[in-house]
Design a protein around this ligand. Sequence first.
Ligand code: INI
Length: 168
Amino acid sequence: MTKTYAGDFAGESKKFAIVVSRFNDFITQRLLNGAVDQLKRHGVAEEDIEIAWVPGSFEIPVAALEMAKTGKFNAVITLGCIIRGGTDHYEHVASAVTVGIEKASVETGVPILYGVITCDNLEQAIDRAGAKMGNRGAQAALAALEMANLQPAIREGNAVKDRPAVRP
Ligand code: INI
């Protein structure tokens, strides 16, 4: 008999940190609203959500690492918006934040979710901040809820009974 682990999306008594970049805050404020709304709608208490603003996406990994190291949170959600410009600055910031978040997550063992938009122009960013393509912040929050439930299930050996939870 195989054992299958799958996180559901229950947020009651779970704690989350959100690290959000002020650069392009026209977009990131919408990602933050989407993430907080998603957490609250899944039962996360307002006092169990802590938010840290950083200047730009480049600064996200160090703040996310600090949040993860406190040991207080089931998951950390990172939110940013990097828009391609006329130089290669975009590539440097985008790759640094991506590698930094993954490293901080693997090193601490705390799920750190990637809600950073990387795109070519403002229209694509708007599409991912609550328009055509949904809200990347809300999507990252849903993934955070799933990971926050998957991790203890694996640790405690609580396999799902019938079939894996499906995305709501
Ligand atoms: N930061 C972003 O979050 N998005 C961007 O599009 C961006 N661009 O294009 O420059 C950006 N730059 C700032 C960077 O993240 C740092 O805050 C800054 O370099 C100071 O370290």
